[in-house]
Design a protein around this ligand. Structure first.
Ligand code: MF3
Ligand code: CO
Ligand code: CO
Length: 274
């Protein structure tokens, strides 16, 4: 979501819900189905395939599994996934343009299962990709992992942002400021905001039972983005490559549970496999 949207939402309802075991069980179910959907889409990302084809498959997967894609008719959006290619930062709209060898694409998928939201995105390579794209994807995945490792009771949202920012900027990349992670559960976008930059100890203290996403967007060039005239597609102003990964997590007594882990081990589809 955009930072402005989430800030205004936060003002209306600053309370952060703390959820119990039933909610965790429901989030596990929603998160697992979302992850299975992304696993299915992984096999469909190839040169010549359109992003609309991916959207059709994502819609069908939801229908076949008793789920609903949260983005479909959300605030005027009319697709089941977001497909963000190369310098598109997020909220790319599926269309009839075929993917091309060398592209990198983020697929962001949110499924509602029994009223609960599983929200996750991953990067995929279209055929062989340039080394610099591979490096950006690796850095972005590691950024998400660092944010997840910082997620535990007593830590703050600023600790998550700091862990991501310190690592990504240390790799000479930049962190997008205009979009953030978000609380979720029976609501798609809720408090708290999870900024992907910040200072230790800042922000909201994490407590067991909090549910939110971590979804860093990392650019090879400068951080600044603009939204195209379609009202959705966010691109890097300098047209540098951008990447993003997203997991939905719940804070536990000792750390956090990742609800959207891939059953097939495809969380980072570019990772070398044995
Ligand atoms: N799934 C996105 C997120 O991570 C939200 C997409 S909203 C849409 O928060 F309307 F652009 F689809
Ligand atoms: Co999200
Ligand atoms: Co998402």
């Amino acid at each position: 979501m955009t930072l402005n949207e989430s800030i205004s939402r936060g003002r209306r309802d600053p309370a952060i819900k703390l959820h119990g075991p039933e909610a965790f069980a429901a989030m596990r179910k929603a998160g697992q189905l979302t992850a299975r959907g992304l696993d299915m889409l992984a096999g469909e990302v190839k040169p010549g395939v359109t992003t609309q084809r991916l959207d059709d498959l994502a819609f069908q997967f939801a229908m076949d599994n008793g789920a609903y894609p949260a983005t479909l008719f959300y605030r005027g959006y009319t697709k089941s996934i977001c497909t963000s290619v190369n310098h598109v930062v997020c909220h790319g709209i599926p269309d009839d343009k075929p993917m091309r060898e060398g592209d990198i694409i983020n697929i962001d998928y949110t499924l509602i299962v029994d009223g609960w939201h599983g929200d996750s995105s991953r990067m995929f390579a279209v055929g062989d990709i340039p080394r610099k794209a591979e490096r950006l994807v690796e850095i972005t995945y590691e950024s998400l992992l660092r944010g997840i490792r910082a997620t535990r009771p007593g830590a703050t949202t600023g600790d998550i942002g700091f862990a991501i920012q310190r690592y990504a900027e240390g790799e000479r990349c930049s962190v997008v400021r205009d979009f953030c992670g978000h609380g979720l559960g029976q609501v798609f976008h809720d408090a708290p905001n999870i900024l992907h930059y910040g200072s230790p100890g800042e922000g909201v203290e994490l407590k067991p039972g909090m549910l939110f996403t971590i979804e860093p967007m990392i650019n090879l060039g400068k951080a600044s983005v603009k939204v195209l005239s379609d009202g959705w597609t966010a691109v890097t102003r300098d047209r540098s490559l951008s990447a993003q990964f997203e997991h939905t997590v719940g804070v536990t007594d000792t750390g956090c549970e990742i609800f959207t882990l891939s059953p097939a081990g495809l969380d980072n589809p570019l990772a070398p496999r044995p």
